[in-house]
Design a protein around this ligand. Structure first.
Ligand code: ADP
Ligand code: MG
Length: 396
């Protein structure tokens, strides 16, 4: 059989442990939660390896079938109708039905609900499905999930529902998150839910709400937090990756990359990939080009955040004020810079709220009581500043 060789510097989520560096402890933790039929929440900033962790772990649990709802695919709008969610759900369900042929029967149930043919579901014939999608409600999602649960059980498998980037559920109008989670809890004995969330603050809000609404007597969400690699780990990651690529890299370069990318695996992989490519194909190498490419991604994400927020101007001003303060400052320092530089007249409690949101989204780090800083990695700093500057320029 053809097998991809092991490759650490791939910029897509990993699915196999051999491509996934470290995180043994987290994999074991997640397995433990799944085996005990508890629910899990994998939390951490963007590009820290959440999707990879879940995929690698599930790949090692052949007794479980997985239904994935990738909410990261929702776009940059503020809100979406239930129909958009239903579409994602059906896409996940169709992938499930194709992958696990034992579940074929469920396509009939879905087709019945929608009034289309089972083949239309398996082939995702949107021409036929779209018109019926408006009728599709949370109860339908619940019913299909129950069917998947029981058919998985009949086939001696557990069911895992993986909701990637769960904070985006907040953007969906008409989906009753609480009802869905509780339905699974109550009726799907054989099913475990795993969620991931990049916006840790918002994800916690959702989980707390679900847990408080009607406690899951017995069951709960176990939080697994993914942290950045420390310096030693980052170095090891790069060394091992370059070794795989068959490339010799000077110590200073590794040291510089470790410093600039602050232990974020997504950046390290991107850097390793670009660097190896340049060396192999004798292109000139400049680490700053990689930083710029990465910063562009952050800039896009922050601009998206700004355009969805109610006080974009003030968020942009906070970023630039922090930058002016040498990338870190106290609440009152930020307030003073904002008020003098941007002629704002902002009070402490309002500023505190705005900072709290930026922290929840990972754009600002809270380093202590009333103390804040921009993220340490250079791509984030450059990207945030660039986006904030452009925003103020465009919207004077
Ligand atoms: P997240 O879902 O948290 O945004 P991903 O799982 O998509 O993160 O990972 C982001 C990038 O970093 C991908 O290119 C992935 O291959 C890489 N990556 C993350 N963690 C690791 C790791 N432990 N070992 C190897 N590559 C990793
Ligand atoms: Mg992800």
């Amino acid at each position: 059989m053809f097998r991809w060789r092991k490759i650490l510097f791939d910029t897509r989520p990993k699915t196999e442990r051999k491509d996934f560096f470290d995180r043994e402890r987290e994999i074991e933790e997640l397995k433990d939660v799944i085996r005990h039929k508890d629910f899990a929440a994998v939390l951490g900033i963007r590009r820290i390896g959440k999707t990879s962790l879940v995929k690698v772990t599930l790949n090692e649990l052949p007794d479980y079938a997985t239904l994935t709802l990738n909410l990261g695919r929702l776009g940059s709008k503020k809100s979406y109708p239930m129909e958009t969610f239903s579409k994602l759900f059906l896409e996940g369900a169709a992938e499930f039905l194709r992958k696990y042929t034992f579940a074929g029967k469920v396509s009939k149930i879905i087709a019945n609900r929608l009034g289309v043919n089972p083949e239309d579901i398996l082939e995702l014939n949107w021409l036929k499905i779209s018109v019926k999608l408006r009728e599709f409600k949370t109860e339908d999602v619940n019913e299909i999930t129950r069917a998947l649960d029981s058919i998985a059980r009949d086939n001696k498998k557990g069911l895992v529902i993986f909701i990637d980037e769960v904070q985006n559920l907040k953007k969906v109008n008409g989906f009753d998150t609480g009802s869905f989670f509780h339905d699974v809890y109550e009726w799907c004995e054989n099913t475990v839910i795993i969620v991931s969330g990049s916006v840790v603050g918002v994800t916690e809000e959702i989980l707390n709400q679900v847990e408080e609404e009607k406690p899951f007597y017995g069951r709960k969400f176990f939080r697994i937090k993914l942290e950045r690699f420390d310096e030693t780990k980052s170095e090891e990651f790069l060394r091992r990756g370059f070794e795989e690529e068959g490339i010799k890299v000077r110590e200073e370069i590794i040291g510089e990359a470790v410093r600039l990318f602050d232990g974020i695996p997504g950046w390290l992989a991107l850097f390793g990939r670009s660097y190896s490519y340049s060396v192999k194909h004798s292109h000139p190498i400049d680490i700053r080009v990689v930083v710029k490419e990465a910063a562009k991604q952050v800039s896009k994400e922050f601009t998206r955040f700004l355009s969805n927020s109610n006080s974009p101007r003030r968020y942009a001003e906070i970023i630039l004020s922090l930058s002016r303060l040498g990338n870190k400052g106290t609440l009152s320092e930020i307030r003073d810079v904002m008020n003098s530089l941007y002629k704002e007249n902002i009070g402490d409690s309002r500023l505190y709220e705005l900072l709290k949101t930026l922290v929840a989204y990972g754009f600002v780090i809270k380093t202590g009581e009333g103390k804040y800083s921009l993220p340490i990695d250079l791509p984030s700093r450059l990207g945030l500043k660039h986006s904030a500057k452009m925003w103020l320029k465009r919207m004077p």
